[in-house]
Design a protein around this ligand. Sequence first.
Ligand SMILES: CC(C)(COP(=O)(O)OP(=O)(O)OC[C@H]1O[C@@H](n2cnc3c(N)ncnc32)[C@H](O)[C@@H]1OP(=O)(O)O)[C@@H](O)C(=O)NCCC(=O)NCCS
Length: 130
Amino acid sequence: MVAAIRTSDEYVPELSLVAEVDGTVVGHCMLGRKALLGVTAPPVLALGPLSVLPSWQRRGIGSQLVSTAQQVATHRGKEALIVLLGEPDYYPRFGFLPARDFGIQPDWPAAMVYPLVIDLTDYRGAEIPH
Ligand SMILES: CC(C)(COP(=O)(O)OP(=O)(O)OC[C@H]1O[C@@H](n2cnc3c(N)ncnc32)[C@H](O)[C@@H]1OP(=O)(O)O)[C@@H](O)C(=O)NCCC(=O)NCCS
């Protein structure tokens, strides 16, 4: 997935993050720029993949990667929202909300949205590609 995103139009270098401990990469998080289906609204950011080496999990590295990505995305100010299809028990702690709350499909618990602006009306009826 990383290689495919890096060579595509979706690649946003400033949103390809690694976590490093003593010179070793122990985790990474990537947000790509992606068009949602069914709307003409501008592309959004899609979070994924996110991973932390098993021996380094549960030490806050995944949380640091996600919250740093949210800060960079907010500061960048070019997209209206971050979408993802992921673990519904993990992402709500970072403020991700069910996509259905914004009228965005698919209507799955895994489909989540982190708004970067107040008004997401332009994305109502959109679908996250899967
Ligand atoms: C998900 C992942 C990135 C979390 O990284 P991490 O560095 O362990 O995360 P943190 O230390 O910041 O947070 C750990 C918390 O996340 C929870 N968590 C980890 N994986 C989880 C999962 N799949 N579902 C729900 N909660 C999960 C842990 O229970 C822990 O909760 P606690 O703090 O209440 O005990 C890591 O477990 C991983 O790489 N998993 C394999 C790849 C993957 O599933 N990626 C996400 C795809 S949606």
